[in-house]
Design a protein around this ligand. Structure first.
Ligand code: ADP
Ligand code: MG
Length: 287
């Protein structure tokens, strides 16, 4: 199951004074099980790009292929692609509508013709995967839940359709720090333990660097870099155009004192603490 984007270009409102080319000649390939972050400033084309991955938007030129199926192919191909690629939009909780959590999460699988038994299993698994207690929550109204819980129920609704690839567009926007941390933990779990491909758009460089194994960097509709978080933030030309992870800034400032020699590519707090402690002990200090 791979996603292949080749020379993708997308222009909004062509032929009008509002014409805007949001994606310009973008190519990349993602393999099953990868955890890929997409970063770049507001307006760089991230949301436009991911809406092509399940055929919600169609390329003006270029192709998007999912597991050998193209989004511009026959209707039946598009239907299959929509099953393989689940999109979690920004503020997905706005789309909750059923009277109970169980019905809401089961809506997608029901629509897709899952048997009752299969649907029940997928709904339970999805609710548990996002860290909610199935028995305790299934009969509650989604509208009575906290903001963070609503968001996780909405994500469970996508997960319950059992897509191989899940795309999250700013999934933690508007959540408090503990809600954010919990949701990122669940997203990691989904990628690692459920073997899903995860594509994550996030503004938080700290989170995306810590979680994703590979980053696609967008700027003005173009893909300007594709590499590991360590490669992105060690690349001066690229990283000066982005906000840096706070840990990277700390390491740079400590290294600039001449008393530290913290290696590049540390994005976890514990690992950074250890690197600093090692420097103080003189182990990393070969300058
Ligand atoms: P990002 O998600 O990185 O903030 P977007 O994909 O939303 O970027 O936007 C990329 C560009 O496309 C921006 O210039 C934006 O104004 C424009 N754009 C986005 N959505 C639309 C739309 N529905 N109609 C017209 N222009 C749009
Ligand atoms: Mg966006």
């Amino acid at each position: 199951m791979s996603i292949k984007v080749e020379n993708l270009t997308h222009t909004y409102m062509p032929g009008t004074p509002f014409q805007a080319t949001a994606i310009k000649d973008v190519s990349f390939e993602i393999q099953q099980g990868e955890f890929v972050g997409i970063i770049g400033h507001t307006g760089s084309g991230k949301s436009t790009l991911i809406q092509h991955l399940n055929g919600l938007l169609k390329p003006d030129s270029g192709t998007v292929t999912v597991d050998g199926l193209t989004t511009t192919g026959e209707k039946s191909e598009l239907k299959q692609i929509r099953r393989k690629v689940g999109l979690v939009f920004q503020y997905p909780e706005y789309q909750l509508f059923e009277e109970t959590v169980e019905k809401d999460v089961g809506y997608g699988p029901g629509n897709m013709g899952f048997s009752e038994e299969e649907k029940a299993r997928c709904v339970r698994e999805a609710i548990e995967a996002v860290g909610l207690d199935y028995e305790a929550i299934k009969d509650q109204s989604p509208f009575d839940l906290s903001g963070g819980q609503k968001r996780r129920v909405a994500i469970a609704g996508i997960l319950a359709m059992n897509p191989d690839i899940i795309v999250f567009d700013e999934p933690t926007a508007g959540l408090d720090p503990s809600g954010r941390e919990l949701l990122f933990e669940k997203i990691s779990y989904i990628q690692r333990e459920m073997n899903k491909t995860v594509i994550l758009i996030s503004h938080s460089m700290d989170d995306v660097a810590r979680l994703a194994h590979r980053l696609l960097v967008m700027e003005e509709g173009q893909l300007i870099f594709d590499g590991t978080p360590a490669e992105v933030f060690a690349n001066r030309e690229i990283s000066r155009r982005l906000d840096k992870p706070q840990l990277t800034s700390i390491a740079e400032k400590l290294n600039a004192t001449g008393k530290f020699c913290i290696p590049d590519g540390i994005f976890e707090v514990e690992a950074m603490a250890k690197a600093i402690a090692d420097c103080l002990k003189g182990e990393n200090n070969d300058q």
